[in-house]
Design a protein around this ligand. Structure first.
Ligand SMILES: C[S@@+](CC[C@H](N)C(=O)[O-])C[C@H]1O[C@@H](n2cnc3c(N)ncnc32)[C@H](O)[C@@H]1O
Length: 220
């Protein structure tokens, strides 16, 4: 087990909100995992590579889906998440390589990894198309991008209206998270060889604005 820190060229530290989000995702980890588990099993269930790159790894909610003895390359710009992530990696016996950069610019070589994963991150990144370009760039041909994301509800639905109504306070609280983003379209237009996307509802979740979700795999 080891922890290596790569580089930090862009600061990402909203102090209070960063700390709040680190607390929130630690405190609600079991609950969020319960409502997202069916989607995560679909997307992450067949992960087998030893090295897995995770965008926005947060406090390590997806460690439970990594194969034993895995190495996690975590692209996580929020420094308030790092201590909890490192602690949970150590407990899980997962080797952590921490990249404190935005996923819009991943400091990894072209075609150098087999698996990239993320959950509840493409809703928050500033430029999802740029992130998908980076994912395609770092994946080897045949490599997989696995995702679980909440997305915009059906057009003209009450849920869609609510998602747009709460956009500003929601985004402020959750560091830019947009409850009304069409992430499936972003993934579809990224130019993968094949993409499998499944539309889901997060059953049992109290977070109504973000209960419409997708999960799936895109093959480079
Ligand atoms: C809603 S949290 C989800 C955390 C974790 N993936 C989970 O499922 O619990 C969003 C995460 O994305 C990270 N994030 C935000 N913008 C990012 C970016 N541009 N690149 C990489 N990660 C980012 C945040 O710091 C945060 O950890």
């Amino acid at each position: 087990m080891s922890e290596r820190t790569v580089t930090r060229t862009i600061p990402f530290d909203h102090a209070l909100r960063g700390r709040f989000n680190a607390w929130f995702f630690s405190a609600l980890d079991a609950y969020i995992n319960r409502v997202t588990a069916p989607l995560k099993r679909t997307a992450f269930g067949s992960l087998a590579a030893r090295t897995v790159v995770e965008l926005g790894a947060g406090v390590g909610s997806n460690l439970r889906y990594l194969p034993p003895g895995a190495e996690l390359v975590a692209v996580e710009p929020n420094s308030r998440m790092h201590a909890a992530l490192a602690k949970r990696c150590a407990q899980a016996g997962v080797e952590l390589r921490l990249i404190t950069e935005y996923a819009e610019r991943i400091p990894l070589a072209d075609e150098s990894v087999d698996e990239v994963i993320c959950s509840l991150v493409l809703c928050t990144v500033a430029d999802p198309d740029a992130v998908l370009r980076e994912v395609r760039r770092v994946l080897r041909p045949g490599g997989r991008f696995r995702f679980v994301e909440h997305v915009a509800g059906p057009p003209r639905s009450i849920r869609s209206w609510v998602q747009r109504a709460v956009r500003r306070p929601w985004g402020w609280t959750f560091e830019g998270c947009d409850p009304h983003r069409d992430t499936a379209a972003v993934i579809e237009r990224a130019g993968f060889q094949r993409t499998s996307v499944s539309d889901r509802i997060l059953r049992g979740s109290v977070f109504y604005p973000v209960n419409t979700a997708i999960c799936g795999i895109a093959w480079r």
